[in-house]
Structure formats: C-alpha cells, structure tokens
Design a protein around this ligand. Structure first.
Ligand code: NAG
Length: 118
C-alpha cells in the first residue's frame, strides 16, 4: 500500500467511526426526546415497521436518544426501545428508526433496524 493510500484508509475509518457517534451529515441531537412530537414520530416508526417491513409487532417502550436533520422537512433518527408484543420474556430491545416528516407533516418510515448496542 502506498503511504497516501494508507492515510486515506485511516481517514476513512476515522470518519466512519465518528459517524457512529452523531453529528455527521447535519444530524443534531434532540434535547427533549420525551416531547409529545418525538414520541409521536417514534410511535409512527414502530407501527410502520410492522406494516412496511413486516417485522414482529412491536410496542414502543421509550425513546432513548434522538437526532434530527433539517432538509425540505425534517429527518428524525431515533434510538427507541421496543418490545415484541406477546414475545417471550417481553424484553425490550433497541432499534434505530429513521423517519422523514415533510413540510405538511406527512411521515414516512425510511428505515428501522435492530441495534446490538446503544
Ligand atoms: C407531503 O407528502 C404528502 C404525501 O406524499 C404529499 O401529498 C404532500 O404534498 C407533501 N407535502 C409537501 C410540502 O411536500
């Protein structure tokens, strides 16, 4: 590997690692993740994942962490804890939900994925 290639690889890894943190791409932390609106977005995500992604039916437990990004509308990235309804042990797991809300407040679930850790 040439030195420049090596440095580029290091820089790329650093960017990926810091991206796992938060603020890249204009994502700003949401201060109050317990607000009614954030909870409504999370509730929408949990319900929509059931229909759009055919996951197990989940029940929102709480919003653990959240980020928003102002585009033409708002992107929300929420870390939620949710439990499978009627699931064994009813233990909650963590998921990352991305919801887009347009300027008319129409919401769309962009992605919903389980997280191994928070
Ligand atoms: C928001 O999305 C809805 C449904 O797709 C659409 O009818 C509406 O025009 C959109 N609003 C804006 C401001 O883009």
């Amino acid at each position: 590997m040439r030195p420049t290639t090596f440095l580029l690889a290091i820089a790329t890894i650093a960017i990926i690692l810091s991206g796992a943190g938060a603020n890249t791409g204009g994502w700003q932390p949401i201060e109050n993740v317990n607000s009614e609106h954030v909870r409504e977005i999370a509730q929408f995500a949990v319900m929509a994942q059931d229909m759009s992604f055919r996951g197990s039916p989940l029940r929102l437990v709480s919003v653990v962490k959240g980020f928003h990004q102002y585009v033409a509308g708002i992107n929300y990235k929420l870390i939620v804890s949710a439990a499978i309804i009627g699931g064994e042990g009813r233990r909650a797991k963590y998921y990352e939900a991305i919801v887009y809300e347009n300027l008319s407040h129409v919401k769309e679930l962009v992605s919903f994925r389980p997280l191994l850790t928070v």
